[in-house]
Write a protein that binds this ligand. Structure first.
Ligand code: TYD
Ligand code: MG
Length: 456
């Protein structure tokens, strides 16, 4: 016989506590404990394992794990080629960001039987949307269901190659004693789907809702269970959507997928540099262009800065949009101490144009020069791009993949690039200007305190 016991589970890391507490003893987060019911199965007999015993490494087959391309190139880029049969992927993102749309498009283009389990919308609603997306095809099965046994039945009957569960938070399994919607339920159901995927070699994608606060049954509880975690991000009021992997058992996690939400669904952005530079105005102060790297893809972005005298007696503001705030504060300190550009009495606002979130050391030099350009009210030359990491000593440090950055800048029509002195040589058809320090870069960019106004 199994007994049910009330416990408190952290919705972030899944640590179980016997008593409620304000702070999780596992991950240290505050206010993340939620009530759950734990079923004590310790008296149940141990089931015989269905898994094979230990194997010599040389005898292990490696035929599994080949990604299958999905015909959505931006998704394949993030997945390192496509979806792996028998794997479970969690797609997280705030409501309304486009998770259901992306997955319907995925199902639409799949060659073979697929099943879309929808708990949030009726089959009629999904069909209407599928028709709008051109996704209605014979081998796409819809099932408006929330109960685990019924979903497993459907998988047994239809034998799909690909299953989408929209969303994992709405599925419940009566066999798992805990309350529907609780952490225990969500994790238990996800575990059940993982077993199903492995046993049947079916590819499963779970949708996970994420609220700003992490919400009930936060995504971290599920991260440990699944093979791949994808995050779908963006501003609901803008069309741009970013797809990244935060965990990926079958490949690297540093690739960025870019989409635009259009009337006919999500459209991949194959040339992000052109998109991000489309609204750029040349000849205005406070702007620098940086060839950045997102995984294997170079993306040229504009960094903008604005400075304004701060209120006396109040610490100056450092506001970063699309950039790391702590990094911005550090760079402002380096500017003051190493290059004598005083911003201690200035509020500094810095952002990446287009709102794309980037966290790459190559941006440092661009952020610094955009601020110097703003504070001195001098624009940088329109045909000049820059990249490099800025160290605490004011030195410029090389960053990876210089050749690809230079080639991308040349492709977009830039004629000169300031790079750290130690960057490797390469012939990308663009003038390479080497600078050892931030001060040198300021001078060669025409932003020195004694410099004439640069002509835009
Ligand atoms: P949806 O996929 O339902 O988001 P999620 O599943 O993450 O909650 O998409 C929500 C938004 O996308 C909705 O506000 C309408 C918009 N949208 C389009 O702009 N074009 C389209 O073709 C579709 C299907 C949706
Ligand atoms: Mg949805």
């Amino acid at each position: 016989m199994s007994r049910a016991k009330v416990v408190h589970v952290c919705s972030e890391c899944g640590t179980t506590h016997a008593k409620w507490a304000g702070r999780c003893a596992g991950c240290g987060d505050w206010n993340t404990l939620v009530e759950d019911v734990e079923v004590d199965n310790t008296s149940a007999p141990v089931a015989a394992s269905t898994r094979p015993g230990p194997t010599r490494i040389g005898d292990v087959g490696t035929e599994h794990g080949h990604p299958v391309a999905t015909s959505i190139p931006e998704l394949d880029r993030v997945l390192g080629g496509g979806l792996v049969a028998g794997s479970v992927t969690l797609l997280g993102g705030e409501p309304g960001i486009g998770k259901s749309t992306l997955l319907l498009q995925l199902l639409a283009a799949w060659n073979g039987p697929t099943l879309y389990v929808t708990a949030e919308e009726s089959a009629q609603q999904v069909k209407r949307r599928a028709e709008r997306l051109g996704a209605a095809r014979d081998d796409l099965w819809l099932h408006a269901e929330t109960s685990m046994p019924h979903i497993l039945d459907a998988i047994e009957r239809i034998r799909p190659e690909l299953v989408v569960i929209d969303s994992i938070q709405t599925v419940s399994d009566p066999a798992l004693g805990s309350l529907p919607g609780s952490v225990g339920q969500v994790r238990g159901c996800a575990q059940r789907f993982v077993n199903e995927a492995k046993e049947r070699d079916v590819t499963i994608v779970l949708v996970g809702h994420v609220t700003k606060e992490g919400g009930l049954a936060g995504p971290r509880v599920l991260e440990h269970v699944v093979d791949t975690v994808l995050q779908f991000e963006g501003d609901r009021h803008h069309a741009l959507r970013l797809l990244r992997a935060s965990k990926h058992r079958f490949g690297p996690t540093n690739e960025l997928g870019l989409f635009e939400m259009a009337n006919g669904g999500l459209v991949g952005v194959p040339d992000p540099s052109s998109l991000f530079l489309a609204d750029r105005r040349t000849g205005i102060p406070g702007s620098a262009v940086v060839p950045t790297m997102e995984g294997q893809r170079p993306i040229v972005v504009e960094v903008q800065a604005l400075t304004n005298p701060s209120v006396p007696g109040v610490p100056p503001r450092r506001s970063a949009l699309g950039l790391d705030g702590g990094r911005l504060s550090m760079l402002m300190a380096v500017l003051g101490r190493r290059s004598r550009v005083m911003v201690g009495d200035q509020d500094v606002y810095a952002s990446t144009a287009g709102g794309v979130k980037l966290n790459e050391p190559g941006l440092d030099l661009g952020v610094c020069l955009a601020v110097v350009s703003a504070v001195r009210d001098q624009p940088m030359p329109a045909d000049l791009a820059v990249f490099g990491e800025v160290g605490l000593g004011g030195e410029l440090r090389q960053v990876g993949q210089a050749a690809r950055r230079l080639t991308e800048a040349a492709r977009l029509g830039f004629r000169r690039v300031i790079v750290p002195t130690n960057s490797p040589d390469c012939d990308a058809g663009i003038d390479v200007i080497r600078a050892a320090t931030l001060s040198e870069a300021i001078a060669v960019a025409g932003l020195g305190s004694g410099a004439l106004r640069a002509t835009g």
